[in-house]
Design a binder for this molecule. Sequence first.
Ligand SMILES: Cc1ncc(COP(=O)(O)O)c(C=O)c1O
Length: 378
Amino acid sequence: MGFKTDAIHAGQEPDPSTGAVTVPIYQTSTYVQEGLGKHKGFEYARTQNPTRMALERNMAVLERGVAGYAFASGMAATTALTQLLLKQGDHAICSDNVYGGTFRLFDKIVRHYGVEFTYVDTSVLTNIEKAVRPNTRMVFIETPTNPLMSITDIRGVCEIAHRRDCRVVVDNTFMSPYYQRPIELGADIVVHSTTKYLNGHSDSVGGVAVLKRKEDAEQLQFIQNAAGGILSPFDSWLVLRGIKTLPVRMEAHNVNGMAMAKHLSERKDVRKVYYPGLPNHPGHELAKKQMSGFGGMIAFELGDLDRARKFLERVRLCSLGESLGGVETLISHPATMTHASVPPDERNRLGITDGLVRFSVGIEDIDDLIADVDAAFL
Ligand SMILES: Cc1ncc(COP(=O)(O)O)c(C=O)c1O
């Protein structure tokens, strides 16, 4: 089926007992069994929940994997992937400007289990070639990156990693499967914070991982149950509902994102705009090849903290807040918010300066958003 049809129907049949059109919220912790070992395939809700499983089937179809597993947050999903792929003595490579929380997980927690990480600019493939070691088991990339929108060649990374026994994980949160499907480009695993575009309404925190290989899927299912970081039935239902409108929302984010990026780049007080849809973005040509839209995430440079602070305090319609991917426009300051856990020297080296502002452009009327931005500059 087409993507829009799958977004609405894949993995979800009308409820067998009532015919309800939407999958019910199965708010239960356990299931009655007819006798010892006799049940309907549902024993305990950490292990199986029909609402969560509908979301997992839906995401597996949208991301073109064999199975998906939903977790209590994007970070819980990434944690489970480190449990799947890494053990003591292993080495992993990671994009050097991933979401700050991903870096924090790897650097402050997983590293202490005897796993070594190398952080490189994965938009340059030779950096990955040079970093690979015989014990490298995972390459974790985010493309576009948060917040600088740098683009990594997913196919190119997979070619390098797959010469060895090394899995490629792509954080696809910024694009969603509507605009980018990493498994089709060769990746082994896709991870999402469903908190963002998939749910799309800023009212749920969750995560999902979709896998290409059956053996990885079976092992991740084991980890999901054993470690227990599952998504709740209500949040699963919210994300399922959000995904039904993912295609129309993404198209609207894309139109507004492009218009806002163009507008910002025409303003003299904006020093630099990072948006892969602009022809002067270094990843523009690659973005056109591996993505089918550019989305609604933009970063722009205002020069210093004082200018950034004034701008962030003056906007009215755009809300100052930490998240992204909702229907409403959110604006944030990566250096003190999402990337505060990255050491200041490293932030400056990456370009996450004190003057950098990140925009998650929503789907409001673009004229209202532009008027709000222009008023904040006055
Ligand atoms: C790209 C990206 N990946 C992962 C995460 C973590 O997701 P969550 O906040 O749902 O744990 C975030 C959160 O902002 C993110 O932006």
